[in-house]
Design a protein around this ligand. Sequence first.
Ligand code: ZN
Ligand code: FE
Length: 253
Amino acid sequence: MTAIIHQFAVGADNFGVLVHDPSTGATASIDAGDEAPILAALGHKGWTLTDILITHHHSDHIAALSQLKARLGARVVAPRADRHRIPDIDVAVGEGDHIQVGSIDFLTIETPGHTSGHVSFYSAAEKLLFAGDTLFSLGCGRLFEGTAQQMWTSLSRLASLPDDTRLYCGHEYTLSNAKFAVKFDSDNAALRARIAEAEALRAKGAFTLPSTIGKEKQTNPFLRAAEPGLASAVGLVGYKPVEIFAALREAKN
Ligand code: ZN
Ligand code: FE
């Protein structure tokens, strides 16, 4: 693993993330919601922006895209399905497309559900996943443009990645998600331990991310819809996991 990751706060609860390849000097920003904190992070690290990888079209992820590209000339990689609503795209990507940030390879995984065009970027070699607003720590994105089936398929796909994959996402929602999770999965000791850990991190002003796919599979109720305890918590024993998932997502709205 060679990539250096720098995660920083953008506004109240968005994350900015820079990925830096020391062997080539290439640096990517994952999403571009607000220009000032991204410029500050680049300056702080002494890195030059070369690429901007966009997960989806929501304004808290693209509002600074045009300014940043005009200022720094970075290459913009974004979902092909969102061509009509994301400006300044240089490389449009979809399922199975690989893109490089310097020498670091990322696979594009289409993860519709939060939005219809949403993609996630995955590096197997770096054990790194940028899931945008699809998978959160202890939660998942709202279904703005997709069905429960689409989101369940997207989440199941991400859950199938190796357990030690580091998960970065668009928002610091862990503690508010935890309140929901513990209501529906109250006997889960791993969840209670994670909540205690997250509370301690937030109390000292630290981030609760990255998480890992392995931790999320143990503690995220939206990935645990196939567990009998979750089915009974939503009163749907014997129903399919996607139906349990849909009920959980509905209950969280
Ligand atoms: Zn969003
Ligand atoms: Fe967002």
